[in-house]
Design a binder for this molecule. Structure first.
Ligand code: IPM
Ligand code: SF4
Length: 423
């Protein structure tokens, strides 16, 4: 493996990140180069809205250059849990009304899911979010990246951003998954292989062929930031080609330079689980089987979509949640909730004993709707299990797929679907 040089020789093949940033920056850029690029969408979440507005109004004395390219989403603590949260959300609504930027209010859903549903991330776009999981847009070959309030405000004010073109790690998926193993298991395996800081400021370029739906690709791209990645780009294929116009210039070129190459053979992968308190502490679920669990949470931008709820319902149908365990289910968006309502999935989940929450982040970051007490154990379909993430610092979080989470809820202990009679 050779480290890429920062030459601007246009004949050298480019990675996906290099190609997209070159195109959107009107130049030929390679890893290490500084690029100034057009920004197609700026996303601001509720928790950051106040600092964003302050930067815009006080520091920059600017209004959004293209209001239609800015979206504010009230999702992290929605509905509001305290007076100060309510005040911040009120200011965000007023700001949107004054400036004409889009506002997605309480109940519409988690920022990344909402932008994707609204078509506000497209192949080849640059989407910047005030949220670290903005790598999710890479599911549709958009260069999605999280930035702080200051950079986000600068992008909103100028319509551009500048960044150092990241080096790329190539992740190649081979073979076919066995039944009962899914995108979340692949994503956890990928983070285990890359390491929690293993792709810091790099672009993780995932070669998945025609495998995986958009939803599954979102799970893969979402987790990339847990390896420290600047972006997580899935090479377009399969369903994406039928859903989007994919320009030729988003594809990586043969012979592009990668700092590291990782190959994952899907055919030997088992259901995986990340144990406390780092996302890359990944084990086979069978090794952790039997541990008593107090709360199970199915939702989030990682695994709160319709296919995730279907996977949970397939396990929970006709069964009951263990009486000593709580099961919280929070659809990622109003659209997901409506579809799950219409096809009977929510009824199946509720009949099994699930408690439903408002579409949004829910207890994912420990702000409300299911905070954990000291000593409690939670199995969650989310993406982070750091100390204190979902409440008390002495609570422990295990990350898994919706199917494993559902089986665990029935047993009240970490379990596989086969343990509750589901093949
Ligand atoms: C609140 C937000 C800024 C934060 C993030 O950046 O990711 C949150 O979504 C998270 O998952 O920790
Ligand atoms: S669902 Fe969780 S990880 Fe996703 S944006 Fe919300 S808090 Fe962050």
């Amino acid at each position: 493996m050779t480290a890429p040089q920062t030459t601007t020789d246009p004949s050298r093949p480019q990675t996906m990140a290099e190609r997209i940033l070159s195109r959107r920056g009107g130049g030929t850029f390679y890893a290490g180069d500084l690029a100034v690029v057009e920004v197609d969408q700026v996303m601001v979440v509720d928790s950051i809205a106040q600092s964003f507005i302050e930067r815009m109004q006080k520091d920059l004395a600017a209004v959004p250059k293209y209001p239609e390219r800015v979206s504010i989403v009230i999702d992290h603590v929605a509905p509001a849990s305290t007076v100060s949260v309510a005040q911040a959300q009120k200011e965000a609504r007023e700001y949107a009304a004054q400036t004409g930027v889009r506002l997605f209010d309480v109940g519409r859903g988690i920022c990344h899911q909402v932008l994707m549903e609204e078509g506000l991330a497209q192949p080849g776009w640059i989407v910047l979010g005030s949220d670290s999981h903005s790598t999710t847009y890479g599911a549709v070959a958009a260069f999605g990246s999280g930035m702080g309030a200051t950079d986000i405000a600068l992008a909103a004010a100028s319509g551009k951003t500048w960044l150092r073109v990241p080096e790329s790690v190539k992740v190649t998926l081979t073979g076919e998954l066995r039944s009962g193993v899914g995108a979340k298991d692949v994503a956890l395996e990928m983070i285990a292989r890359l390491g929690a800081d293993g792709a810091t400021y790099q672009s993780v370029e995932i070669h998945a062929g025609d495998r995986f739906t958009r939803s599954e690709r979102m799970t893969l791209a979402n987790l990339c930031v847990e390896a420290g990645a600047k972006a997580g780009l899935v090479v377009p294929g399969g369903e994406i080609l039928t859903m989007y116009d994919v320009p030729e210039w988003v594809y990586p070129q043969k012979g592009a330079t990668y700092v590291r190459e990782v190959e994952i053979d899907l055919s030997v992968l088992n259901p995986r689980m990340s144990a406390p308190s780092e996302v890359d502490n990944v084990h086979d679920v069978s090794e952790l089987r039997g541990l008593k669990v107090d709360q199970v949470f199915i939702g989030t931008c990682t695994n709160g979509r319709l296919d995730d709820l279907h996977a949970a319902a397939d396990v929970l149908r006709g069964q009951k949640v263990d009486p000593t365990t709580r099961l919280l289910v929070i659809p990622a968006s109003s659209e997901v909730m409506e579809a799950a309502m219409a096809d009977g999935t929510l009824l199946t989940l509720i009949q099994a004993g699930a408690v439903l929450g408002t579409p949004g982040c829910g207890p994912c970051m420990g702000r409300h709707q299911g905070v954990l007490a000291p000593g409690e154990v939670c199995v969650s379909t989310s993406n982070r299990n750091f100390i204190g993430r979902m409440g008390d610092k002495d609570a422990r979080i295990y990350l898994a797929s919706p199917a494993v989470a559902a089986a665990t809820a029935i047993k009240g202990r970490i379990a596989l679907p086969e343990d509750v009679g589901v093949a």
